[in-house]
Ligand binder design. Structure first.
Ligand code: UDP
Length: 475
């Protein structure tokens, strides 16, 4: 190995492998960018179908296979079949990718894999390299699933089992629990996958969580976040320009599975008074019931407020007839946008959100108060934090057993957050949390220190590899 090669290996090379949905690609890609800014080489390994959606610079992008190279998840007959195919085809193609780099100047030193894809750790170990698991949920939700995996709670968790106390974390009441643990039959394949995240975790060299110490922990976390899940907290993984500014020009994640209507949104927002617009989005996965769609639509219209609503192409037919025409004066409906840029715009006064963990962190980091309308999975738990722990918004009440939030309730909650008695207090809280998030990822902050420690370790592994190779070659 030549001198130049040695230098590069010393820097270390990580392959970062997200689950191929927007809410997973974004935080893992952001982490890869942070690592590059600290001197590592990073390559994103993502499915053939999503590879073209990544346009971040300074990062390598390589395709692996989920077995559905032409169209990804929508082509699979069901979630279980998709995850099995991904495991089979992904293991093979990730292994080939690691092998491909073995003969280059930058062999892979560590695979950072989305915790949804635990088989990647087995592949890393087969190649004798480090594996780091990256959890995209909150630490609270992750700890809860870890405890279920260990048999500390039996499913379904019932109302009489609550409030749930997890040492070091905030108590959870029944409405705060992730949907899967209350109704395990609702999405069995997802639940099985959530639990499988832990089966080989003891072999992981690092475990990362996209959150930060001050955000969720109640006690000093000297021995790890909770008694089981010993995650290293490195979040929030939000483009640097909005927080610490350590990465020059880093204003977006650098990946979009759909084409955002940026120009249209910006132009529209420019004409609106500061703090006057409700931004509404249910993220990349949620499908609303037609009834819920109708209630949101008429709730927004009747509120008389400006609104910018992301309605994905697949959801559009559920909009009430004539709604767009009837609200042209006040509203803009788009199929996708650059959410961060929007949240950062001064015209936005509130975020009506499904409380996906990334959306929650983004609003928190940009100081935007929220109306939570959670729909499934961890969104209920995140809504609890928004309302009760951080005081940066409210959770809308559901009016039926399908979880519908009615039009009057939506208007009431919009008033409360945008100009009610507590709205100023929510804004102050939002500013406080924004500052704490900034502190965590800035030089000397808890997340930044944790990332530095990881980078140092990867570099030292790289050096060791060089020494071993020298030894084997008889130097
Ligand atoms: N997002 C976006 N444009 C949109 C809606 C969402 O860029 O119009 C991004 C958003 O910024 C976030 C991600 O998509 O980073 C959604 O992740 P989240 O965890 O909030 O929800 P999920 O889609 O996984 O349910």
């Amino acid at each position: 190995m030549g001198r130049e090669q040695e230098e590069q290996v010393r820097g270390g090379h990580v392959v970062v492998m997200p689950y191929p949905s927007q809410g997973h690609i974004n935080p893992l890609l952001q982490f890869a960018k942070r690592l590059v800014s600290k001197g590592l080489k990073a390559t994103i390994a993502t499915t053939h179908y999503t590879v073209k959606s990544i346009y971040a610079t300074n990062i390598g992008v390589e395709a692996i296979s989920d077995g559905y190279d032409e169209g990804g998840f929508p082509l699979a007959p069901d979630t279980g079949t998709y995850l099995t195919a991904f495991k089979t085809c992904g293991s093979k193609t990730l292994s080939e990718l690691i092998r491909k780099f073995e003969t280059t100047a930058s062999p892979v030193t560590c695979v950072i894999y989305d915790a949804f894809l635990p088989w990647a750790l087995d592949v890393a170990k087969q190649h004798g390299i480090c594996g780091a698991s990256f959890f995209t949920n909150s630490a609270t939700v992750t700890c809860l699933f870890h405890r279920i995996h260990k048999g500390l709670h039996t499913l379904p968790i019932k109302i009489e089992d609550t409030p749930l106390s997890i040492p070091g974390l905030h108590k959870l009441d029944y409405p705060d629990l992730p949907g899967f643990v209350k109704s395990p039959d609702s999405y069995p394949a997802y639940l099985a996958m959530k639990l499988s995240q832990f089966h080989n975790l003891h072999q992981a060299d690092w475990i990362f969580g996209n959150t930060f110490d001050d955000l969720e922990l109640q006690l000093p976390a000297a021995e790890g976040v909770c008694e089981l899940w010993r995650g290293t907290l490195i979040g929030p993984m939000i483009p640097s320009a909005y927080l610490d500014g350590q990465i020059e020009g880093d204003r977006g994640y650098g990946a979009s599975l759909w084409k955002p209507l940026d120009h249209k949104c910006k132009k529209w927002l420019e004409q609106k008074p500061a703090g006057s617009v409700a931004y509404v989005s249910f993220g990349s996965l949620v499908a609303l019931t037609p009834k819920q769609m109708e209630e949101i639509a008429w709730g927004l219209k009747e509120s008389g407020r400006h609104f910018l609503w992301v309605v994905k192409e697949s959801e559009r037919e559920k909009l009430p007839q004539g709604f767009i025409e009837a609200t042209e004066e006040k509203g803009l409906v788009v199929t996708w946008c650059q959410q961060l840029e929007l949240l950062a715009h001064k015209a936005i006064g509130c975020f009506v959100t499904h409380c996906g963990w990334n959306s929650t962190l983004e609003a928190l980091c940009l100081g935007v108060p929220m109306v939570g309308v959670p729909k499934f999975a961890d969104q209920y738990t995140n809504a609890k934090f928004i309302e009760n722990v951080w005081g940066v918004g409210v959770r809308a009440k559901e009016e039926d057993d399908k979880g519908t939030v009615g039009r009057e309730e939506l208007q009431l909650r919009l008033r409360e957050v945008m100009d009610g008695k507590r709205s100023q207090e929510m804004r102050r809280n939002a500013d406080k949390w924004r500052e704490l998030a900034k502190k965590a990822v800035s030089k000397g902050g808890s997340s930044d220190n944790n990332i530095n420690e990881f980078v140092a370790q990867v570099c030292s592994d790289g050096k060791k590899r060089v020494e071993e190779e020298k030894h084997m070659n008889g130097f």
